[in-house]
Write a protein that binds this ligand. Structure first.
Ligand SMILES: C[S@@+](CC[C@H](N)C(=O)[O-])C[C@H]1O[C@@H](n2cnc3c(N)ncnc32)[C@H](O)[C@@H]1O
Length: 216
């Protein structure tokens, strides 16, 4: 697979190659997924929306964080939605929906937490996606974005093909402009194997923000 083909699969996994890429992502993205899920402050029974979960290989670790969580996974890839549905059909209060975050058939002012890991790179332009996240979050709800920082992303040719990258403070500024408050960022250094099988030194970022209880 060329770097360009891999980039297209990361953006929209599909077919047999997409299934292999999804398995690889579940392994190579485990640290950033664990750090992002671990940052969510969840109460029993919260409604959680994940954007771009792929096959959601690590979903049990999220569901274990509180009792009775109600989880919706929204993904642009119909193949990923089908795979995730098959993998997690035994889980109560879990559903997967096909769609793009900017036009998602989902309720507004509804989710106590929204999480997206390794998806922000594909939101081009960024503002319509942030606007949609804001709409779907309940007042007081938490947004949590997991990503690799720009320097980490500059080390592999695959990320030269259509990925928008961030240093961290730039993404926080975009969230502040949208109206998110209580912004915070944590850096998580990691050594992991890339989707191409190479050892990589990366920095994961977990950026959180809240929609105010009473939006101004
Ligand atoms: C690089 S994969 C990340 C998968 C997983 N979150 C991880 O970190 O391993 C990006 C996923 O986001 C989905 N995606 C990309 N743009 C999206 C959008 N605008 N709305 C919903 N899902 C999107 C893709 O279909 C793909 O499954």
């Amino acid at each position: 697979m060329t770097p360009e083909q891999l980039a297209a699969q990361l953006r929209h996994p599909h077919g047999e190659a997409g299934a292999r890429v999804a398995e690889n992502m579940n392994a190579s993205n485990q640290p950033i997924i664990a750090n992002t899920y671990g940052t969510l402050a969840l109460q029993d029974g919260d409604r959680v929306l994940e954007i771009g979960p792929g096959s959601a290989g690590h979903l049990p670790t999220l569901l274990a964080r509180a009792d009775g969580l109600d989880y919706t996974g929204l993904d642009l890839s119909a193949d990923m939605v089908k795979t995730a549905q098959g993998l997690h059909k035994a889980q109560p209060k879990v559903r997967f929906v096909h769609g793009d975050i900017t036009q998602a058939p989902l309720p507004e002012n509804h989710y106590q937490a929204i999480v997206a890991i390794n998806v922000v790179y594909f939101w081009q332009p960024l503002a319509p996606a942030l606007n949609a996240l804001w709409r779907h979050l309940a007042p007081g709800g938490q947004l949590c974005l997991g990503l690799r920082d720009r320097e980490s992303m500059s080390t592999l040719p695959v990320f030269q093909h259509g990925f928008l990258t961030y240093e961290g403070p730039d993404l926080m500024q975009a969230l502040a402009t949208m109206g998110f408050v209580q912004l915070a960022m944590a850096r998580h250094p990691e050594d992991s194997t890339s989707v191409l099988g190479q050892m990589m030194h990366k920095t994961g970022l977990v950026i959180t923000g809240h929609k105010p209880e009473s939006p101004s």
